[in-house]
Design a protein around this ligand. Structure first.
Ligand SMILES: Cc1cc2nc3c(=O)[nH]c(=O)nc-3n(C[C@H](O)[C@H](O)[C@H](O)COP(=O)(O)OP(=O)(O)OC[C@H]3O[C@@H](n4cnc5c(N)ncnc54)[C@H](O)[C@@H]3O)c2cc1C
Ligand code: SF4
Length: 291
């Protein structure tokens, strides 16, 4: 396994020990549990999360400053939530000195870019106290999720309890206990086009990154990446926040994570390269190289 998984200090399969968190978390409740611990210990003063919006499963990013608020953001919303848009405001009108933020790999890239090249981000760079990344193969516009759930799966958005992409299918679970699955080939045309040039699957730039793939249902795969992440993760483990298992003792384990990461990167790398000869004697911009 090589660079596709990014740099990390350790990797485990884990889940929260808090049953309330697990009731509505997407996987092992790593994001909600780690932020709740960090908030209670004063490691962060608040966290930018994707909370409920004004339509079912349309996320609204906000700054959670209580555990109850963190709880309201549990679960994956498979559409765009511009979490980074709150970073500056968190340090301004909210007066936060230690900001937590969760996001997809591209959002972790935005956070790190903003820290190193802080255009319009005065006084923000040293206030990011815990960046938790979530694995991400692709994302969707809200309208696309609605089409998939309502038209393809035949379920009203109001009755959805959980959505999940895993085991090669898009799953829709309803509050009344029904499960509908769609083959992923149905979902492809709805993907956000910008995702097709994305070369990061497991949030390589986060302090701690987590996702479902690699671990059994109800558990998460967790990469502890930075010194800061390692410090907070170690304290949270010592405080009894998580149950863990060595990643090499769970199935399907890192091999599957690595396979999916490689598939995403090589497919999208081809899209990036194709942009160089997209027009007649004319290229489309490549954000990874200097113009
Ligand atoms: C678009 C998308 C694609 C994903 N693809 C994969 C994948 O291919 N493989 C994989 O293993 N995992 C994937 N995940 C991650 C996975 O679905 C879970 O989010 C992750 O395992 C965290 O679960 P948890 O139980 O620790 O989090 P919870 O404790 O349930 O908390 C979830 C957190 O995620 C945040 N969140 C929810 N939706 C969004 C969003 N749209 N944008 C930003 N933040 C959000 C919420 O703020 C909340 O704090 C994807 C997530 C998203 C949002
Ligand atoms: S695929 Fe990449 S660009 Fe698209 S949401 Fe996921 S991390 Fe962001």
């Amino acid at each position: 396994m090589g660079t596709e998984l990014g740099k990390y200090k350790s990797c485990v399969s884990a889940r929260s020990t808090n049953k309330e968190i697990l009731k509505r978390s997407q996987d092992g409740g790593i994001v909600t549990q780690l932020f709740a611990y960090a908030l209670e210990e004063g490691i962060i003063d608040g966290a930018i999360v994707a909370g409920p919006g004004d339509e079912p499963y349309r996320p609204r990013p906000f700054i959670a400053t209580t555990v109850d608020e963190l709880m309201s953001a549990r679960g994956t919303k498979y559409n765009i939530s511009p979490n980074v848009s709150w970073i500056k405001e968190a340090t301004r009108s909210y007066g936060l000195d230690k900001v937590g933020i969760v996001g997809t790999p591209c959002q972790m890239q935005a956070v790190r870019k903003g820290q190193l090249y802080p255009f319009g981000w005065r006084d923000v760079d040293d206030k990011i106290a815990l960046a938790i990344g979530i694995f991400c193969m692709e994302n969707f516009p809200y309208q696309s999720i609605k089409q998939l759930v309502e038209d393809h799966a035949g379920v009203s958005m109001q009755s959805v309890k959980k959505m999940d992409i895993g085991k090669g299918k898009f799953w829709v679970y309803t509050e009344r206990g029904a499960t509908v699955q769609l083959p992923l080939k149905v979902t492809h045309k709805y993907e956000q086009p910008g995702c097709h040039v994305c070369l990061d699957y497991v949030a390589n730039l986060a302090d701690v990154s987590t996702g479902s793939v690699g671990s059994p249902d109800g558990w998460s795969t967790v990469f502890v990446r930075t010194k800061n992440g390692d410090d907070i993760w170690g304290k949270a483990i010592a405080a009894g926040c998580f149950e863990t298992k060595p990643i090499d003792q769970v199935k399907p384990g890192l091999e599957l994570v690595s396979k999916l990461a490689n598939e995403k990167i090589s497919k999208n790398q081809k899209t990036v390269e194709a942009r160089a000869t997209f027009g007649v004697n004319k290229a489309l911009r490549n954000p990874y190289i200097k113009p």
